[in-house]
Write a protein that binds this ligand. Structure first.
Ligand SMILES: [Zn+2]
Length: 465
């Protein structure tokens, strides 16, 4: 009895003394300007307290009653949610697993704390990294993945689930559900228009999120009606802005045109009123568009630009560098007419991205970085995409919203915000990115999974294995 009383007494006094003792947190960022990405408003002189990987408290000026293991002086700097790259790939077969794993470092080094993996052939590895990143044993971005892509027979990309009838579509979607993927990615190398639309409808019926390319044998309207949630790249929306979409679709179906040979006609028949009509339908069905302007530009100008001195090339594994050869070869062997068409397409896409944004169609910033996509380096390419979006007419705030905010909305995840209880996936910038979008690269700190990495540590990540 006496012992019990004593235990109670100790517990009681400990409780009392605890209240007077400072509350322990892991990290405090003091005197920083917080950027609200919803509104573009900035709150100055804030202190943000982080316990483990969660924002614990935010208040103006410092709270001396809270002590932190680590204090970051945020004076003159800006805090915002970590960047999302909404279109990346992990791929290239088993021999490139280690090099793909290294790419995780490149994302973090550039403040990209979340990526959306739009399909590849390394799903087993990707899922084991997801687990290790979540448990804190591996540094890397949160990965949302589609797993393997869905396409037709003899698909272009290794590891794709090939479907040519309803039974195969069912089986493919069953297997993706068993993998618990975050969305379904469709590709257009060989899939028939009919099976493409069936796959979207079936996936939507199962409550899965869908995104993809679109075979030119179907129309954008049909794709929207089937229920697609996201359209990757601008080739497809552009076709829906043509007054001759119906006719071009028929000609691709009967083989007198193909995807590439139809594009000149698609551009020539662009109409603002047809486009507006298309944009309205995209908005009504809440379809997001992923413009991928930076890769479009890079690949369109491979014949002119020499990338051998690119700062980031040396951080890419030798195996991944080898995969760049394919696109370089096809760019260099293309006819002058094709090269010119591709460059015209590039500027058409820039204009289209601006118009989509003006019309308030939801956009996602995605770099398309990964093996085979020549010179699109993980991490830094997301910043180039943000810059490209601003050059296309978005304000810096709108461009930033296409990264973390729209990325989370598209995948139906918690909106990244700087508020109590939110995940502390954060970046600290030396300069205000709302004034100039290039300031997104002025990264002083990245906070991820309860760890705070300074400039030097981030630089070391680029080189580490
Ligand atoms: Zn891609």
């Amino acid at each position: 009895m006496l012992r019990k009383l004593l235990t109670f007494f100790i517990a009681f006094t400990t409780l009392l003394s605890c209240e007077k003792k400072p509350e322990p947190v892991d990290i405090v960022v003091k005197n920083i300007s917080i950027i609200n990405l919803k509104t573009g408003k900035i709150r100055q002189n804030q202190s943000v307290f982080i316990a483990a990987d969660t924002i614990y408290k935010i208040q103006k000026n410092a709270d001396n009653n809270i002590t932190a293991v680590k204090t970051i002086d945020g004076t003159g700097q800006f805090l915002l949610p970590g960047f999302w790259d909404n279109h990346v790939h992990f791929r290239g077969g088993d021999s490139l697993i280690a090099e793909n794993k290294h790419l995780l470092n490149l994302y973090i080094a550039n403040g990209v704390t979340t990526v959306r993996d739009a399909g590849g052939d390394l799903t087993t590895s990707v899922q084991s990294w997801q687990k290790d990143i979540a448990s804190g044993t591996l540094m890397g971005p949160t990965i949302y993945t589609s797993g393997p892509k869905i396409d037709g027979p003899d698909a272009r990309w290794a590891g794709s689930l090939e479907v040519s009838n309803s039974e195969e579509i069912n089986r493919a979607l069953d297997s993706l559900q068993a993998l618990n993927v975050d969305f379904v990615k469709l590709y257009d190398s060989t899939i028939s228009g009919e099976n493409y639309l069936k796959t979207i409808k079936n996936a939507e019926k199962r409550g899965m999120i869908t995104s993809g390319h679109m075979p030119y044998t179907v129309k954008v309207d049909e794709t929207i009606e089937a229920g697609i949630d996201g359209i990757e790249h601008l080739y497809y929306v552009l076709k829906g802005c043509s007054t001759q979409e119906q006719q071009i679709t028929e000609e691709v179906k009967n083989g007198s045109l193909n995807f590439w040979s139809s594009l000149a006609q698609v551009m020539k028949t662009y109409s603002d009123s047809t486009a507006q009509n298309q944009f309205d339908k995209l908005i009504a069905s809440n379809v997001y568009i992923i413009p991928t302007l930076h890769i479009g530009h890079t690949l369109s100008y491979l014949d002119e630009n020499n990338h051998s001195k690119d700062k980031y090339l040396k951080y890419m594994g030798k195996g991944i560098q080898k995969t760049y050869a394919g696109r370089i070869k096809s760019a260099l062997s293309a006819s002058p007419e094709f090269v010119a068409m591709r460059k015209k397409l590039d500027s058409t896409f820039v204009a289209l991205a601006g118009k989509l944004n003006d019309a308030k169609v939801g956009l996602l910033a995605g770099s398309d970085s990964g093996s085979y996509n020549s010179y699109i380096y993980p991490g830094i390419s997301l910043h180039k995409e943000l810059k490209a979006l601003v050059d296309a007419g978005l304000t810096p705030l709108e461009a930033l919203q296409t990264s973390s905010q729209n990325g989370a909305k598209f995948l139906k995840k918690q909106l990244p915000e700087i508020k109590i209880g939110a995940q502390a996936d954060l970046v600290i910038l030396q300069k205000n990115p709302l004034q100039q979008i290039e300031n997104t690269t002025a990264i002083n700190w990245v906070l991820k999974n309860g760890k705070a990495l300074d400039k030097k540590q981030l630089k070391n990540l680029l080189k580490s294995e």
